[in-house]
Design a protein around this ligand. Sequence first.
Ligand SMILES: [Fe+2]
Ligand SMILES: [Fe+2]
Length: 277
Amino acid sequence: MFTIAQITDLHITTSEAPLDQARNRDRLHQTLRSIEALRPRPLAIIATGDLVDRGRIEEYAALKAILAQTDLPIYLGVGNHDNRLAALSQFSAPNIVSDSHGFIQYTLEFEEYRIVICDTLDEGREGGAFCEQRAEWLVQTLTDRPGTPTLIALHHPPIASGIRWMDPDPSAEWILRLDRILSQHSQVCAVTTGHLHRAFVRRFANSLVTVSPATSIQLTLDLSPVDMRVPDGREILTEEPPGFMIHMFDAGEITSHFCVSGPWPTAVNYTHPFVKP
Ligand SMILES: [Fe+2]
Ligand SMILES: [Fe+2]
């Protein structure tokens, strides 16, 4: 048994807004400390995009300085706030790898399991994308190891949360394409994403998609109808505590835990045997 931590939507920035700068940095620090305190220690951390807020080289440099404070290996994917070339100017293999078309897509092998990091960034757009070139790479990658339990990690959830203003069109081409591929590869045990800044799960392509909470601010849970053309003043983002996920790989399956970054006071200690003699 081993675990891998997932962080997402770090939104590290060097922008003029000092509040965002300090808040997102401090929340990432808090999350890294929480991950490092876990027993057993995760083997690695995967970061599923929106690594920085504006896709600027100086933001990736700031992120690099923060991540240097943990000795856990960190593997990066990109989201809609990222810029591939700027990210690649500050990070290199094995922490970030691009495929032959320049997309940030690569595989990680851990014992008899696999994590496949995919790229859903469409630079200049908020929404997700997964074009034919990326799809070809994924099909080839999954075809190479059909018997290996696999976790797919990407930024944009291909599923709806019910928070309408953030949800994708379920009939979008990239979602149908991903659905087709994943449905044909039964070794895919789970799909994990970010982008929504809130934890939720939903079935997709004979699998389960988990969406990790953000290390930066969270999305407000408001499932009431919304008119996209008429702002009604509702709260849309909240300073709920930062969060992350722990994926446990054991007995050929992947079990995923949603975690709130601590520290938290102890409620009860284990001082009496669980099983009486
Ligand atoms: Fe984000
Ligand atoms: Fe995003």
